[in-house]
Design a protein around this ligand. Structure first.
Ligand SMILES: NC(=O)c1ccc[n+]([C@@H]2O[C@H](COP(=O)([O-])OP(=O)(O)OC[C@H]3O[C@@H](n4cnc5c(N)ncnc54)[C@H](OP(=O)(O)O)[C@@H]3O)[C@@H](O)[C@H]2O)c1
Length: 382
């Protein structure tokens, strides 16, 4: 029997959250119209980074949301939304009981970390759910060599035998995502599968320090190393743009495979840095270092979202997003991504240790930078 929103009230308690009034907390904020068709959405996951943004938008659009987690991760992003969400508890490893004999219009598989997990849930849900959306990654394109980073590129689905331990580790994630995509299509068929391959996701709730590093660094100002050449391109996707587009793909029953990357134009590293710094007033002096050997020696080869052009990563920022744009992926300006990420980064949602990791940890590039620059100046005679 269909549960009402009132019946969902209090399910947030399992996540350690106080219930809030039985009203859509986003109703007043809505600049978004409700969707014509109301969906029952199941999210496998939902409480970490991408999930809460999907939930917020889905509720704004008038959909009903259930989530399936172990109940361990307490949502720090939009915690107020979870009083309106049905929380199902289990474990993708060995306990899918809560998903049995239930019907949903669509499922979003965010928490897929093993191919078997996706095989099991896709098989279990195939007769009770209309569409299976699998959250994949552009890492399916690893190694990022060649020119074609469209959805048509053929994928590596087995780790080659002749790779080093390090390479094996890098291959693992992409191969797991590629084979999970296959498991989705195997169960639901192409006509009921939606595969989304996001690039590096940034914004409020980010579990990595990739983007926050650059906010902190540009706020501090001074002599700043920009690794790589000035015309390299940068891709990222604001988590809110990604989440909202994924919900619209479901509303439109847009079966298919999509790269989820932004922005909507080729942004160079310089444009990216200047774009972020436009939110600050600190005096800055940029020092571009494109000597890959020097960067590698000093362990600054991969400070994301830059992807310095080592051969196996050369195409990582070149995924083709034309299909996504044609299906209504929209982009906030970088300034808005900076504003929201900054507000979150300095809020109670982020523990001080995380900020210290960037600001004061001796391993942080920000702390090592002066010494590295001295070496660079000695080498170049500047
Ligand atoms: N971050 C990036 O830059 C990036 C880029 C490309 C692709 N992606 C992909 O994007 C997806 C989004 O991840 P997200 O963490 O933001 O999603 P999310 O839906 O916000 O959260 C992930 C959820 O997985 C649940 N979970 C973990 N282990 C579980 C288990 N054994 N059984 C049941 N639930 C479990 C966690 O809850 P509990 O801990 O309570 O179980 C959590 O709710 C991932 O598939 C990732 O590979 C990320």
């Amino acid at each position: 029997m269909k549960k009402t929103r009132r019946e969902f009230l209090g399910t947030g308690l399992a996540l350690g959250l106080a219930p809030v009034a039985n009203a859509n907390p986003f109703k007043d904020l809505v600049d978004t119209e409700e969707s014509e068709e109301k969906l029952k959405i199941l999210i496998l996951g939902g409480t970490s980074f991408l999930g809460p943004h999907q939930i917020k938008y889905a509720l704004k659009r008038g959909h009903e949301v259930s989530i399936f987690t172990r109940g361990k991760t307490v949502p720090k992003i939009h915690p107020e939304a979870f009083s309106m969400v049905e929380q199902l508890v289990g474990d993708r490893e060995d306990n899918l009981e809560a998903l049995k004999d239930r019907k949903w219009d669509v499922v979003i598989d965010n928490s897929g970390r093993k191919t078997k997990w996706t095989e099991d849930t896709a098989k279990l849900l195939v007769d009770n759910v209309g569409y299976y959306m699998y959250t994949s990654s552009i890492s399916v394109y690893y190694p990022f060599t060649g020119d074609d980073f469209s959805e048509a590129r053929s994928l590596v689905t087995e780790i080659p035998d002749d790779v080093t331990e390090n390479e094996r580790f890098t291959y693992e994630y992409g191969v797991m995502k590629a084979t999970s995509e296959m498991a989705t299509i195997e169960a639901f068929g192409k006509e009921r599968s939606i595969i989304v391959r996001p690039t590096l996701i940034v914004g409020p709730g980010d579990r990595t320090d990739r983007f926050p590093y650059w906010l902190a660094r540009l706020e501090k100002g001074g002599d700043i190393i920009i690794p790589g050449s000035s015309d390299e391109v940068v891709q990222y996707i604001d988590v809110r743009d990604l989440a909202e587009w994924m919900i619209r793909l479901l509303e439109n029953k847009a079966a298919g495979t999509y790269n989820g990357s932004g922005p909507g134009f080729a942004m160079t590293t310089n444009a990216f840095v200047h774009g972020i710094h436009a939110s600050y007033t600190s005096p800055v002096n940029y020092i571009q270092i494109d000597d890959l050997t020097f960067l590698q020696e000093n362990n600054i080869i991969g400070i994301q979202p830059w992807v310095v052009q080592l051969p196996e990563y050369a195409g990582m920022s070149k995924s083709d997003n034309s299909k996504a744009i044609a299906t209504d992926l929209q982009f906030r300006p970088l300034s808005e991504t900076v504003r929201a990420t900054k507000a979150w980064w300095y809020s109670d949602a982020v523990p001080q240790e995380r900020r210290d990791n960037i600001l004061t940890n001796e391993r942080s590039l920000m702390i090592r930078e002066e010494e590295i620059l001295e070496k660079w100046r000695a080498r170049t005679g500047d």
